[in-house]
Design a protein around this ligand. Structure first.
Ligand code: SF4
Length: 265
């Protein structure tokens, strides 16, 4: 039976704004961020708990980078979102559009319709930030993506476990010849055996794929259910983990969240 609600061309959003990417392969580039509501994971280190549910309203930046937000009600229609992104797209300013969340792939039926249009009107590449655990939804929008940053969720750090899904997901990106990298958030509690498993999983697809180890940014207010303080790893831990993983893959880079250093969104 077709779920007509799921294919309605509207989206549940948190915000649209222009900023500097602080993580992964695109660090330092200027992007139009479209932050979608909803997430089906519950990572202990989540710094975006406000995305887990759909708010009544979302906020839309009027002028790129000025944080002059207007408030609009959810859900948002496809033409309206196209118009907002076009408004942000000053000539030459942005390097790409970032689909982020929450988990953007929960909006795959919307994205199938939205992405061809937004590519046509802006000419900008599309970058997907994702938990990397929904290969079926990824397959729906693969033709409209240019690059993907996928998280590996380590059970010891995140409380989630998605090994099989991560493997399928990464293979899909690689087979499509997308620019893809893997990000792994690490804390003092990270189990090195899980890092070794991650490196082997990546190497089974290609040992050339870049892995970013991202020391967790300590949360001011820990997520209530986690009961576990999420602390950044020590310098010795990070050095050991990088050496461990480089036995299996060529590129393991250690990079913290640079947008937090810049005091950005
Ligand atoms: S996938 Fe991202 S948004 Fe979802 S719970 Fe984990 S860190 Fe938070």
């Amino acid at each position: 039976m077709t779920n007509k609600t799921a294919i309605k061309p509207n989206a549940r959003l948190i915000e649209v704004f222009s900023a500097i990417q602080g993580e992964g392969l695109n660090v330092g580039t200027r992007q139009i961020f479209i932050r979608f509501a909803l997430c089906d994971l519950r990572c202990h280190f989540c710094d975006s708990v406000y995305t887990w549910n759909t708010p009544d309203n979302c906020r839309i930046e009027r002028s790129p980078g000025l944080r002059d937000f207007e408030i609009c009600s959810n859900p948002v229609s496809l033409p309206m979102l196209v118009e907002w992104v076009e408004r942000q797209n000053l000539t030459g300013l942005h390097d790409s559009i970032s689909l982020t969340g929450g988990e953007p792939l929960l909006h795959a039926p919307f994205l199938v319709q939205f992405l061809p249009q937004i590519r046509a009107v802006t000419g900008l590449p599309v970058y997907l930030e994702t938990g990397g655990h929904r290969p079926e939804q990824l397959a729906m929008i693969l033709p409209y993506l240019d690059s993907v940053g996928m998280d590996f969720k380590l059970p010891s750090t995140s409380g989630e476990s998605c090994w099989q899904e991560h493997a399928q997901f990464l293979q899909l990106c690689y087979d499509r010849q997308l620019e893809v990298f893997v990000k792994i958030i690490v804390s003092q509690k990270t189990d090195p055996a899980e890092l070794e498993r991650s490196a082997l999983l990546v190497a089974a697809v290609s040992s050339e794929i870049i892995i970013f180890l991202q020391p967790v940014t300590p949360l001011e207010t820990p997520v209530a259910f986690s009961q576990i303080p999420v602390l950044a790893p020590s310098p010795a831990q990070v050095l050991n983990w990088q050496a461990l993983m480089k036995q299996f893959v060529k590129h393991v880079r250690v990079v913290p969240q640079t947008h937090k250093m810049l005091n950005q969104l």
